[in-house]
Write a protein that binds this ligand. Structure first.
Ligand code: C2E
Ligand code: MG
Ligand code: MG
Ligand code: MG
Length: 280
């Protein structure tokens, strides 16, 4: 009898799976057309230096304005884009569009800011990566010193030799490298010293209850000291409250990004933020 009922459950489970895969197949074919149909948009989230009360950079974050489903978060489609390889053309589009936008801001006389762009592991493995980035910088006119590529730990630990080689070439161009979501991946501290990186981004899960949770406070402090000792920049992600700011400042971390300052916003809304900071 037990066997019978578990068989029944299995059947229901299988139907559910079919439904899921059909749904994701649909999303996948939609994703395929999204680039041609101009359905992607880039939002920008400011990164601030709290001590100097300045916007020092923006992170480009992709959005998908699906004609039927409305706004779809990258959390929902980036993994599909990675599985299908679509992340390569999508990532190239993000880089080109964001470089063009930031160079326009520089030309308009806004304070020079960095541009951070997220990179998937698959993009980083492309042989054409360096020429592609080089061509985009030439075409848009953005100086490489303003570009920061964000990679997660898991993206860089897979093929360390090759990764280090690509990172070195990027740095020779003047491009900087940040480790995103630092502390949540599988990289070992020993690896860290071998990678030619510039910045650690403290993951928002640690920052979230920095004030209430002693362990998260300890991890955050450890990442900040680690960065200082290795001569790396450090920036805290997901900063939402004054209490978190106070904690970070007392721990000597003044670079922050989070809803407290601004959610990711459209390009024209970033310009309003620039005006607000200039006139303050
Ligand atoms: P991420 O690179 O770690 O980006 C930070 C995420 O945290 C963003 O979510 C941002 O909106 C959110 N965030 C920022 N401040 C706060 C805060 O104070 N509180 C909370 N709760 N959240 C905050 P978003 O835009 O949904 O992006 C999610 C992830 O999708 C990104 O995480 C990144 O891994 C990926 N992603 C986004 N755009 C791209 C892209 O162009 N290429 C690639 N490969 N991945 C991307
Ligand atoms: Mg990021
Ligand atoms: Mg992050
Ligand atoms: Mg992330």
């Amino acid at each position: 009898k037990a066997k019978e009922s578990s068989g029944g459950n299995y059947c229901i489970y299988e139907k559910y799976m079919d439904f899921r895969s059909l749904d994701s197949i649909k999303l996948e074919s939609d994703l395929n057309k999204a680039l041609q149909n101009n359905e992607f948009q880039i939002y920008y989230q400011p990164q601030v230096d709290f001590l100097n009360k300045k916007i020092v950079g923006v992170e480009a974050l992709i959005r998908w304005k699906h004609p039927l489903r409305g706004m779809i978060s990258p959390m929902e489609f980036i993994s599909i884009a990675e599985e299908t390889g679509l992340i390569v053309p999508i990532g190239e589009w993000v880089l080109k569009t964001a470089c063009k936008q930031v160079e326009e801001w520089h030309d308009q006389g806004f304070p020079p800011i960095y541009l951070s762009v997220n990179m998937a592991a698959q993009q980083f493995k492309q042989k054409s990566l360096i020429p592609m980035i080089h061509a985009i910088l030439e075409e848009t006119g953005l100086s490489p010193e303003f570009l920061v590529l964000e990679l997660t730990e898991n993206a860089i630990i897979k093929d360390t030799e090759a990764t280090i080689c690509v990172m070195k070439q990027l740095r020779e161009l003047g491009i900087r490298i940040a480790i995103d979501d630092f502390g949540t991946g599988y990289s070992s501290l020993g690896y860290l010293k071998n990678f030619p990186i510039d910045t650690l981004k403290i993951d928002q899960t640690f920052v979230k209850d920095i004030v209430q949770d002693k362990n998260n406070a300890a991890i955050t402090n450890t990442i900040i000291s680690l960065a200082k000792n290795l001569n790396l920049n450090v920036i805290a992600e997901g900063v939402e409250t004054q209490e978190q700011i106070d904690f970070l400042l007392s721990s000597n971390c003044s670079y922050m990004q989070g809803y407290y300052f601004s959610r990711p916003v459209s390009g024209s809304d970033v310009e309003k933020l620039f005006y607000a900071t200039i006139t303050n």
